[in-house]
Every structure is written in structure tokens, then in C-alpha cells.
Design a protein around this ligand. Structure first.
Ligand SMILES: Cc1ncc(COP(=O)(O)O)c(C=O)c1O
Length: 391
């Protein structure tokens, strides 16, 4: 491998949320931190170099998304995902969470229904609740360590007047990379009931073979007309601190509505460093780095699976098809959530996301981030074994 992902990089004194909030959230500042979804790997050198080059210019004033930036996005979506988009379909978001809020405000009115598939990335709930919209949960079905969609139940909810559907594609935290068949069935239901779709595709690049990411809007011109897609280089290349994301909307009226909301919120200006980083990331260097990081993360996932099978068979893992987030099922221990939290943070000294933050169907589950050097994963597994191995 050309790149080194094994070195432990000290993140202390960088105000990294993953470390700074250990004490306030987990009550254990020394816990092994495997919660927040960023990587413990160095941001790729070709991105850092590009940022340094930009700093050679003495002025960091207001800056637009230029052609090079837009073309980098268009090229990446085409090369990596086979999705052909036009530069004129692009808009900006200062992070996807901000963009989700803009979109909820733009495409729905107070009290209208917005549907999500639980368990799901918790800021989806906030974007709906905080904006005074009605949250509709359509739970995923969990069977034999695998999550699938109950299309009947989904349609029953859509029938009742859902206005907007926030799709997590691929899905955090359960690691599903939705298939063409699944996406097509969801699209058919949305078209039937005239539901607008936000497809959050932040994890689109983090896919393990043979799975393949398919952009929801790429399914058909009809569904593209009803869809707004969020993408970002942040998760893939570990640049989340640059708070920069993009939006793809092919329907000109929907794009206008989105842009008007951005204007109302005064959030239309991007961050110079976000623009520069994306230009460096969405390149041939980026393709090589990404393939290598995926191989490394894939080995970490294999390590977890084999270790749990051999040492803590009651603790099972949902095989992720994408994302670097493992969804661990502790339910076989028969211990309630507060006690599981204590066992993990106090006894094992590991900080994992409490599954309940992703919805009540996350009870008994915890999310573990394995975009970290293998030695950290090994350490976490040994700590888990000490606490759960003999139960
Ligand atoms: C599905 C999903 N959307 C959005 C985000 C965050 O996006 P941003 O940092 O651009 O707000 C995350 C981060 O974990 C995520 O998992």
C-alpha cells in the first residue's frame, strides 16, 4: 500500500469532537474513542498540499464555487458512480446537516409529514422536529443480522400524506447499500404518492465490493424530477472539519426553491478550503487513496467479525456493505441499555454511539467506528472480551 493507515496519530489538543466530548458524554475522558464518524487516518497528503498551496496567496476573501470545483464533482460522480450530472444542477451546503434543514424548510410546510427509515442518522430527526414538521418513522426490518425494507409498511405510511422522504443512501448506521431493485421499489412508491425525496449520499464512496452505490436520482428522469441529492467529500477523505457539501438538483424549480431557502438562511457562501480540498480529493489521486483506505477498513471489519465469532459469539455484527460504521447487536446479553452503556464506557473503556440515538429500534445496539488503525480495533476487541467474553 502506498498510504499508511496504521500509525496512531495523536489528536489531543486539536479540539477534535471525538476526544473533547468523551468526558461530558461518556464520563470517561480516557475511553478508546470509536464514536463520531470521522477517520483517525491522516487526511490525504494531496489534499493537505493543495490547502497549503492556497495559503501561499495572501488573501482569503469571499470565494465562489468555480468551474474547476463544479467539474470535479461532475467528473467524480460520473467516474466513481456512473451518474451523469450537469454543473448547472449543483448548489452548495455548509455541511449536509445544514442542507437537510434547508431542504426540509424549502419543500415542506409546518406540520407536514416527513418520513425516515429507522434506525437512522439522528440529525434527520432534528431537521424534522426542530422545523415543526411531523416525524413519520418507517422501521427497517431486522432479521438474521440483516436489514431490509418493509415496502408494504412504507407504502401504508406514504399513503397517509407524506410530503417528504429523507433517504439515507447508503444507510447509516446499519451499513446497507441499497440495491437497484430496492431503490426502484422505493421510487415507485414515492412517485405514486407524489413524495419529494432527499437522498443523503454522504457515504456513497465508502462501499465494499461487490456492492455498488446507485444514486437515487439516477434511477429515472421521473424520479430525478422529485429528488434532491446531497453529497460531500468530507466523509470519504476525512475533511469534515471543512464543513462543505454539495447538492444536486436537476429539476430547475426545485433548485430555485432550494437556493431561495439558502438565501433566506444566508448560508450561500462556501469555505475556500472546502472548495480547494474537494478539487484535490475528486482526482485520480483521490481514487487511489480511496481504494486503499477501503481495503484497510475492510480488513478491520474482517478482524472484528472473526474476533467476535471466536471470542464473544453472543455479540454479533451486521455485515456492513458500506460505511466504516459497525452496528453491533448486544441484545443476546439480556442487559438493559443503561447498564450496557456503563459496561462499555466504565468497564471496557470504549466510547461507542448508543444505538438508541438512531431511534428506539436501536435499543440493544451500539455503533462502532472502525476507520482507525488496526491496533485500536484490536485493543477495543480485547477490552470487549474482558467485559462480555464470559457472560
Ligand atoms: C448520513 C449522514 N449525513 C450527514 C452527515 C454529516 O454531514 P455534514 O458533516 O456534512 O453535516 C453524516 C455524518 O456522519 C451522516 O452519516
Amino acid at each position: 500500500m502506498k498510504y499508511n493507515f496504521s500509525t496512531i496519530i495523536d489528536r489531543s489538543n486539536t479540539s477534535a469532537i471525538k476526544l473533547e466530548r468523551l468526558s461530558s458524554i461518556f464520563g470517561n475522558a480516557q475511553a478508546l474513542s470509536m464514536w463520531v464518524a470521522d477517520m483517525d487516518f491522516a487526511t490525504p497528503p494531496f489534499i493537505i498540499n493543495r490547502l497549503k498551496q492556497r495559503l501561499d496567496h495572501p488573501i482569503l476573501g469571499y470565494t465562489d464555487a468555480d468551474n474547476e470545483y463544479n467539474n470535479a464533482i461532475v467528473g467524480w460522480l460520473s467516474n466513481r458512480h456512473g451518474w451523469e450530472v450537469q454543473p448547472s444542477w449543483l448548489s452548495f451546503a455548509p455541511g449536509i446537516v445544514a442542507g437537510l434543514n434547508h431542504a426540509v424548510q424549502a419543500y415542506t410546510q409546518p406540520d407536514e409529514k416527513v418520513l425516515v427509515q429507522t434506525p437512522v442518522y439522528h440529525p434527520f430527526f432534528y431537521a424534522i422536529n426542530n422545523n415543526g414538521r411531523e416525524l413519520v418513522k418507517s422501521p427497517l426490518t431486522y432479521n438474521k443480522n440483516f436489514y431490509s425494507i418493509n415496502f408494504y409498511a412504507l407504502e401504508e405510511e406514504m399513503k397517509k400524506g407524506v410530503k417528504l422522504f429523507i433517504l439515507c443512501n447508503p444507510h447509516n448506521p446499519v451499513g446497507r447499500v441499497w440495491t437497484r431493485d430496492e431503490l426502484t421499489k422505493m421510487a415507485e412508491i414515492c412517485l405514486k404518492y407524489d413524495v419529494t425525496v432527499i437522498s443523503d449520499e454522504i457515504h456513497a464512496d465508502l462501499i465494499f465490493k461487490p456492492h455498488k452505490h446507485i444514486s437515487f436520482a439516477s434511477l429515472s428522469p421521473q424520479i430525478a424530477e422529485k429528488t434532491i441529492t446531497f453529497g460531500s467529500a468530507s466523509k470519504t477523505f476525512n475533511i469534515a472539519g471543512l464543513t462543505s457539501a454539495y447538492v444536486v438538483i436537476s429539476n430547475p424549480d426545485m433548485l430555485k426553491t432550494y437556493n431561495r431557502q439558502v438565501e433566506l438562511n444566508g448560508t450561500g457562501h462556501g469555505n475556500i478550503m472546502g472548495y480547494e480540498a474537494l478539487k484535490a480529493a475528486y482526482s485520480s489521486d483521490g481514487q487511489i487513496w480511496l481504494d486503499q483506505v477501503l481495503e484497510y477498513i475492510g480488513e478491520n471489519i474482517k478482524l472484528v467479525k472473526e474476533y467476535l465469532g471466536a471470542n464473544i459469539p453472543k455479540l454479533t455484527m451486521v455485515d456492513p456493505e458500506g460505511t466504516y460504521l459497525l452496528w453491533l447487536d448486544f441484545r443476546a446479553f439480556g442487559v438493559d441499555q443503561p447498564e450496557l452503556i456503563r459496561m462499555l464506557t466504565r468497564d471496557a473503556g470504549i466510547a461507542l454511539n448508543d444505538g438508541q440515538m438512531f431511534g428506539s429500534d436501536g435499543t440493544g445496539f451500539f455503533r462502532m467506528n472502525v476507520a482507525t488503525p488496526k491496533s485500536n480495533v484490536q485493543e477495543a476487541l480485547e477490552r470487549l472480551k474482558k467485559v462480555f467474553g464470559s457472560l
